[in-house]
Write a protein that binds this ligand. Structure first.
Ligand code: XMP
Length: 517
């Protein structure tokens, strides 16, 4: 792999993704990794990421100069670039000036390998205090900026290079090309990480792990469990059984999407558990959001557990114990829970965490090395429908936490109808990729007066909650075009008899969360 050394900025994962966009497999490793360990991993190259520190700060993470004579190609970015310069004998100065944001890069000479034939001046994204004033002996300086005499350096012969700016962000329009040139032209790494190679390698690894034994997988209707299941199905066919729990809190068409479209695309063996009455029974009379969430989570595990036991019993009679549970854990979860390798750091999937001890499964996590965009590409490669592959986030507790008040079958029907209209119109307007998600919330205990036709109505409001976000940690309300809002509003009030008012939530997160409960 290419190892991306994380100096504690938020950029390491992004760099790792960009390396993969250059079709080279990458992993994030912590900055305290030793040169010995790095050599042991036999990396094709090492990328030193940016970080918040000054190289002169007390306790600033240093780069062991031994790395540069280890015979491994190294690319330094921002802090990594400065740490590299100072370890190689160049000069980093505490200038007191800060360069932050969009800056003009000036290419020197022919631009070397990294910047050849690029516009002589072009924008890059900067974020640093200290500046490199002198490159180490034997290196070519290929770019500068107004405040930084040395903004890029390289030695093709020694396979070492670096840039002061952040090539990984979109505000550096030539950044991806620079990274690609380092990987392909300086480090001479062959671009082999393609979607089809991911599929082939993962399928082979799953076969190796599971052999002729059996596995189960809980499908949620979401992207991750669907792609994980599809990969395992491709690897072991009918040795996999998928379980889909219909808790009655799904949106219109979602059960059909799994039962019909997903099965048609994959040929997976699927058991659907119809648990609608059970969930509604448990939710009767409950209005507190946390209590709803607890009940839904608890019942989900109970139902899945029972299904697993039943399947286990069936398989057991045939002498075919089920040994494996498939989970859709993604690479960012693995990195964030501190693991790179090693099974100790597994963060269990939200939907099926906490299975009891007498149901002991070995985990199969086919997406453990993948970022979300790679998961989607793998899904498409496996022939999964767009509706599943590009599905927007939808909470595990489903519509249960979008009805403010008690959850009943009638209210679910009302909300489902309103939600379907909003989704249809957003899709028709081509807005699905622009918004993160758009919950529709039913204020079931609120009524207001309206007029429809000649009659007075006394119906419920729904709230549209369109949000834009990168990661759901923060979000802004999306400025939807008025004509789209108008179509949604007109259709909902005409077509959903219980609803006589459509309102728009214009709160960012924070202070509001995305969901209302
Ligand atoms: P909040 O409401 O916390 O939501 O701003 C952030 C994101 O998480 C989704 N969400 C959930 N997803 N199980 C899930 O799988 C849950 O219990 C859950 N609650 C919220 C929400 O839709 C949004 O994308």
């Amino acid at each position: 792999p290419v190892l991306v050394v994380d100096y504690g900025a938020q950029y390491a994962q992004l760099i790792a993704r960009r390396v993969r966009e250059a079709q080279v497999y990458s992993e994030v490793v912590p900055h305290d990794i030793s040169v010995e360990e790095i050599k042991h991993r036999n990396p094709a190259a090492v990328v030193l990421s940016g970080g918040p520190s000054s190289v002169y700060a007390d306790g600033a993470p240093q780069v062991d100069p031994a790395l540069f004579s280890a015979g491994v190609p190294v690319f330094g970015i921002c802090y990594g670039f400065q740490a590299m310069i100072s370890a190689l004998g160049g000069a980093v100065e505490h200038t007191g000036t800060r360069e932050y944001g969009r800056t003009e890069l000036e290419i020197s000479g022919d631009g070397g390998t990294l910047h050849a034939e690029m516009p002589g001046h072009h924008p890059v994204w900067m974020s640093h205090g200290d500046s490199v004033s002198k490159a180490p002996e034997g290196f070519e300086v290929t770019a500068s900026t107004k405040d930084t005499p040395v903004a890029a350096f390289e030695s093709v012969e020694r396979q070492l290079a670096g840039v002061q700016y952040h090539p990984e962000v979109v505000h550096s329009p030539h950044g991806q090309e620079v990274l690609r040139r380092f990987l392909h032209d300086i480090a001479k790494v062959r671009p082999q990480w393609t979607t089809s190679s991911i599929v082939d390698d993962t399928v082979a690894a799953i076969r190796e792990q599971i052999g002729d034994r059996r596995a189960i997988c809980a499908l949620s209707g979401g992207v991750d469990s669907a792609v994980a299941a599809a990969l395992v199905q491709r690897a072991i066919g009918d040795q996999l059984t998928c379980v889909f729990v219909d808790h009655g809190l799904l949106r219109a068409g979602e059960r059909a999407q799994v039962e019909r479209d997903f099965v048609a695309a994959t040929g997976v063996r699927l058991v659907t558990i119809d648990a609608v009455d059970r969930f509604l029974g448990e939710l009767a009379g409950v209005t507190d959001p946390e209590e709803k969430r607890k009940i839904i989570g608890r019942e989900f595990i109970r139902v899945f557990e029972q299904a697993a036991r039943d399947l286990q019993a069936e398989a057991g009679e045939a002498g075919e114990q089920i040994d494996f549970l498939v989970q859709g854990t993604l690479y960012p979860d693995v990195v964030e829970s501190g693991g790179g390798s090693g099974a100790a750091n597994i963060k269990s999937h939200h939907n099926v965490g906490g299975l009891p001890d007498d149901l002991q499964f070995e985990l199969v996590e086919p997406l453990r090395a993948l970022f979300k965009d790679e998961v989607r590409r793998v899904g498409l490669e496996l022939g999964l429908p767009e509706t599943i592959v590009h599905r927007q986030p939808f909470p595990g507790p489903g519509l249960g936490i979008r009805i403010i008040g008690e959850v009943t079958a009638d209210r679910l029907e009302t909300l489902r109808a309103a939600d379907a209209i909003a989704r249809e119109e957003l899709t028709a307007a081509g807005l699905d990729r622009d918004i993160w998600q758009c919950p529709v919330v039913l204020l079931a205990d609120v009524r207001s007066v309206g007029v429809q036709g000649d009659g007075r109505t006394y119906g419920h409001p729904v709230v549209l909650r369109p949000v834009s976000s990168e990661d759901a940690m923060t979000a802004d309300w999306t400025r939807l075009p008025y004509d789209v809002l108008e179509r949604i509003s007109t259709r909902i009030t005409n077509e959903v008899s219980e609803v006589n008012r459509v309102t728009l939530d214009v709160t960012s997160k924070p202070p509001g969360t995305i969901e209302w409960e």
